[in-house]
Write a protein that binds this ligand. Sequence first.
Ligand code: NAD
Ligand code: DAU
Length: 335
Amino acid sequence: MQNILITGGAGFIGSNFVRYMLGKYPNYYLVVYDKLTYAGNLDNLRDVENNPRYRFVKGDICDAALVERTVTEHKIDTIINFAAETHVDRSIMDADAFIRTDVYGTYVLLEAAKKFGLRYHQVGTDEVYGAVLEGASKETDSLLPRSPYAASKASADLLIHSYIVTHKVAATITRGANNIGPYQYPEKAVPVFVTNAIDNFPLPLYGDGKQMRDYQFVLDHCEAIDLVAHQGKLGQVYNVGTGHETYNIDMARLVLKLLGKPESLIQHVPDRAGHDRRYSLDVNKLRALGWEPAHDFEEALSKTVKWYVENEWWWRKLKSGEYLEYYKKQYVERQ
Ligand code: NAD
Ligand code: DAU
């Protein structure tokens, strides 16, 4: 593994991964391939743009010809796929782009992996298991996705499995729990809450706020992807999370406490359709590879809050135009 194609590398987790990998492996060459949708942002990679071991290609993972040209031009040996439509609420409004990118796009990348004999790693999600009211999901559990987003990611996982079995593609999958940290687009719960609280705007909490999520720090997730890409058993799936869940209402309260803002800013709003009450991952398989998250929930959230406080240049300009239209549809018109 030396010349890596990082698809979706201009998004939240992908850009954190690029920075982490450039720092960790002095002889790796990374090519970010990204369509720059509303969620892709070259500001996320500003501090590495002059690194001689980094290149950026603007492209769609559904464009097979450009994917192949990029693979051959840059002598790519590995694809790590972060590219996806990722926001559950948007998939409920309109699933079209989710099916195109998350399903068809994964197929295009798998075809390239098959044709050029590439190592392939898929950044997957715990949402494919569906709501888990008791216990914790193991990698061998059935996939029961309940939102169009989760279904598109589950479809990708199934396609990958078929290419592993039928075409002997050297692939692995990680299924991560909720990430938080720097450069997360302010549509996801934590950055919506933090940036709204900074401005003394309400924190829109869905339903009773008693849904549970395992919020993990993005760099812990990046380390896990690196570990599985290097040492994971080919053909295998690995869950990635801390194994500890938090109620959304407690997450909102802690955001407010960290910012010194009153709890009266919490505003209960109509629930998400089909909202998964809880996810929970059994992470023993990953632990057996030697991985432990370096941050617990409170550390992860306080680092995240601090980053948004110190980096208004990054998020304030994003909260305009398309974002405000989306915000109105999601939070005002749904009331
Ligand atoms: P994000 O929405 O911040 O970034 C997605 C990136 O993919 C953007 O840069 C976007 O421009 C790019 N992209 C979208 N469609 C594309 C296309 N057709 N071709 C090329 N690029 C395209 O997402 P994220 O939160 O960083 O998530 C990255 C991956 O991790 C996704 O596959 C997601 O399903 C998975 N994941 C996310 C989380 C989380 O909590 N955010 C948890 C587990 C897994
Ligand atoms: O679990 C991994 C998944 O985590 C990833 O695969 C997804 O790409 C990522 O978006 C995330 O999905 P969630 O739906 O869990 O994340 P989100 O930040 O949208 O919501 C977190 C929780 O907070 C969820 O229970 C819904 C709730 N919520 C969300 C928003 C946006 C609110 O209460 N209010 C909100 O405004």
